[in-house]
Design a protein around this ligand. Structure first.
Ligand SMILES: Cc1cc2nc3c(=O)[nH]c(=O)nc-3n(C[C@H](O)[C@H](O)[C@H](O)COP(=O)(O)O)c2cc1C
Length: 311
């Protein structure tokens, strides 16, 4: 008989991303949450903490405006990934994430394939649980085309980071701005990725009518938030059928029901970004509600729901 919400007992929230075991499937999306928000959410409750993408050298990011509201809980950003650089990250930023005892996933980026290898070399002695490789960065050696749009480059970057990861699992965060997510997903899997994050933001444009100019200083930006949820659900579903490694769903997740939908579509864990801007306690609420949500769906474990979509 199906359990009712009043009978929530012994729900197992733990999940495995390859060799990485997490106490639950909820984590922040890179660049959308930091240790300075610890007063709003006990970070030790989260499954993992994902850092903002770090580059080898310090970067200042894009010109203002960097973020604009796109309505319906969505946002367009062209932050441009400001970074303190690997050395400062390691000595000053990483300890603030590690202080909470939650597994830390370090997001790394680069503007050329070799940049990813340099940063993996620089961080090889640091203490953290896993890498998330952000391949949505433009490759300046190839006219700014996203590394993540080319399966060959995804393979090269992933392979090189896996070789330098000192045994840590490597999660590859794919771009949604591709004709076929299957190809880049398979390239990352073949190169040794332990899991995939699906996905980064969709390229978009906001227009300032009076000035006849883009609203964002960079021109285009990345669309995130609740409006992209159906698009990302489709990508998660497709990617999960193309590969055998676990998927971390990311894009437009705002409620505990959204979390459950991503699990059903094939995600093993999820990341939350834009929803936390208007409600920083979003992830805490999801952790409170997830046992009841699973029980209501007749599940005792997160794994019971993962990939259960009948289509
Ligand atoms: C302001 C902002 C900054 C972001 N910075 C990063 C980043 O540094 N690295 C990265 O991989 N993704 C970054 N992202 C993308 C998010 O991690 C996430 O993939 C995307 O926002 C979709 O999830 P959401 O709809 O829950 O926000 C950023 C997104 C926003 C809105």
């Amino acid at each position: 008989m199906r359990a009712t919400s009043s009978e929530v007992v012994d729900v197992d929230l733990s999940v495995e991303l390859g060799p990485l075991r997490l106490s639950n499937p909820i984590m922040p999306a890179s660049g959308c949450f930091g240790p300075e928000l610890a007063s709003l959410l006990p970070l030790e409750r989260l499954g993992a903490l994902v850092t903002k993408t770090v580059f080898t050298a310090a970067r200042s990011g894009n010109a203002a405006h960097r973020l604009t509201d796109s309505g319906s809980g969505s946002a367009l950003n062209s932050v441009g990934i400001p970074s303190p650089g690997a050395a400062s990250f390691r000595s000053q930023v990483l300890p603030r994430y590690s202080a909470h005892g939650t597994p830390v996933i370090v997001s790394i980026g680069g503007l050329a394939v070799d940049d990813y290898f340099s940063i993996a070399d620089e961080l090889s002695m640091a203490q953290f649980a896993a890498y998330e490789v952000n391949v949505s960065c433009p490759n300046l050696e190839r006219g700014g085309i996203s590394i993540g749009a080319d399966p060959d480059q995804v393979y090269r970057v992933t392979r090189g980071v896996v070789d330098r990861a000192a045994g840590r699992p490597v999660i590859v965060k794919l771009t949604p701005n591709v004709a076929s997510v299957d190809e880049t997903a398979c390239a990352a899997e073949e190169a040794g990725a332990a899991a995939l994050t699906v996905a980064n933001t969709f390229v978009g444009l906001a227009v300032d009518l009076r000035r006849r100019r883009p609203v964002l200083g960079n021109g285009t930006g990345g669309l995130s938030g609740h409006g992209i949820k159906p698009l990302v659900l489709r990508l998660v579903w497709e990617a999960s059928r193309a590969v055998d490694i676990p998927i971390v769903g990311c894009g437009g997740i705002a409620t505990t029901g959204d979390v459950a939908e991503f699990l059903v579509a094939g995600a093993t864990a999820v990341q939350i970004g834009t929803a936390t801007f208007s409600r920083p306690t979003t992830m805490a609420q999801m952790l409170d509600e997830l046992p009841t949500q699973l029980t209501d769906l007749g599940c005792r474990r997160v794994a019971d729901l993962v990939g259960s979509l009948q289509a």
